[in-house]
Design a protein around this ligand. Sequence first.
Ligand SMILES: Nc1ncnc2c1ncn2[C@@H]1O[C@H](COP(=O)(O)OP(=O)(O)O)[C@@H](O)[C@H]1O
Ligand SMILES: [Mg+2]
Length: 318
Amino acid sequence: MKRIGVLFGVENSFPGALVERINSIHPEDIEAEFVLTGSIALDQPSRYAVIVDRISHVIPFYRALLKHAALQGTVVINNPFWASADDKFFNYAVALSVGVAVPPTVLLPHKDRPNDTSERSLRNLEYPLDWDAVFKAIGEHGYLKPIDGGGWRDVTEVRGRAEFFRAYDNSRDECMVYQKAVEYTDYFRCYVVGQSKVRVMAYDPRRPHEERYHARMPRGLAARRLLRRMERDARTLCRALGYDFNSVEFGVENGIPFAIDFMNAVPDTDPRTVGEKNFNWVVDQMARLTISKAKRPPRRPGPDAAKLLVPAGEQKLE
Ligand SMILES: Nc1ncnc2c1ncn2[C@@H]1O[C@H](COP(=O)(O)OP(=O)(O)O)[C@@H](O)[C@H]1O
Ligand SMILES: [Mg+2]
């Protein structure tokens, strides 16, 4: 019997619905369940053909468990090696290299020194920083955000240098990017599953959480063209980055969809925010994806550990 395990934290709806959906399909010789674990020995085989990870970004024990399981041949969604290595600035650079529009973005040195470092640790840093070059590249209306952010943590919209420096001075030892604000007329969030299935959802980040997905989908020829482009761009990004489950956000300015956030290894799937239809779609697609991954012949565990870091997008797609 091959097993699909779901590893999760506080969320209540998605893990149970996914396990139920997989088991209701009755795939031959495959069963889904919640992961249950204690300590792990080095030579312990993994119980799972596939694990869907919804929580290891905040539980280091789980991240280590998943990397170990991956070495034993378990397919982990999303790749725990990649999730550990990725950052937003790198993401934007990858987007540029694969032809997806992103807002101009600069990487900034930490405002405060990281703990346990001294002035001497930063001798390679120019001082003072050339702030004129930063504002020339980005302008004075932008967003300051951490490179490893999520859930809008420490994201600040700034207008003008005074606001910028107030936010930057408050960024402590976080590593931040400063990004040009997209003056968007429409905003979308897309689920991308298995690097192929895309669901574009109108989303208004200015509304309260439970109303954000109530935004209207645009209609007409230009809208259809825009939707196709976002589907293509979202797929391109997830293939380049190797995410099997991701959400990709676009802000549309002058008809161009700018990719704003696409480092969401644990996308929001709460039916109270995304709504029943989107919830059912994502549960269904994740059930199909995990079953198809479980059906694959097991990856040979072995000495190729370094290859596990390579985003799946670089590997052969099924
Ligand atoms: N360059 C930008 N232009 C316009 N809005 C932005 C931009 N960057 C971030 N935002 C707004 O801030 C929100 C949070 O930023 P995001 O990059 O998604 O961070 P997080 O990963 O923490 O969610 C976005 O959903 C969007 O509403
Ligand atoms: Mg976001």
